[in-house]
Design a protein around this ligand. Structure first.
Ligand code: AMP
Ligand code: ZN
Length: 118
């Protein structure tokens, strides 16, 4: 077992506020939600970031997207939702285990959060 917090959540070492789980993927509520709905779609396999994903992860990456859409529907985000993958320190990533943020609900601003306009 590594020191990776998301590996530990995926392995059930630490409890998570889980909304979906299968053999490959765990989805749980973000500890610090930025929107009325904010969940993280996490592969159970440790992949440090999207930049570390390889061809062998191709099917898993696709599955993360399908699960993201499925869970968004189940959480009532019929009108839409936003998916975000922060990659690397320069991309705002703080937990270095690949994850897809799914955020949505009333009040979600249009556009891409965090991008400064010049
Ligand atoms: P990122 O900045 O893209 O790496 O996102 C990491 C996210 O993980 C942040 O939104 C944190 O709030 C969230 N987070 C960190 N630790 C936990 C945890 N134990 N359970 C749920 N969410 C967490
Ligand atoms: Zn991990």
């Amino acid at each position: 077992m590594t020191d990776c917090i998301f590996c530990k959540l995926a392995a059930g070492v630490f409890p998570s506020n889980k909304v979906y789980e299968d053999d490959d993927v765990l989805v749980f509520h973000d500890l610090h939600p930025v929107a009325p709905v904010h969940v993280l779609v996490v592969p159970k396999t440790h992949i440090e970031s999207l930049a570390h994903a390889a061809v062998e992860h191709q099917a898993l990456l696709g599955k993360l997207m399908l699960v993201a859409a499925q869970v968004a529907g189940e959480l009532g985000l019929e009108s839409g939702f936003r998916t975000i993958i922060n990659t690397g320190a320069g991309g705002g990533q703080t937990v270095f285990h690949l994850h897809v943020h799914v955020i949505g609900g009333p009040g979600l601003p249009a556009g891409i959060v965090g991008v400064a306009t010049h």
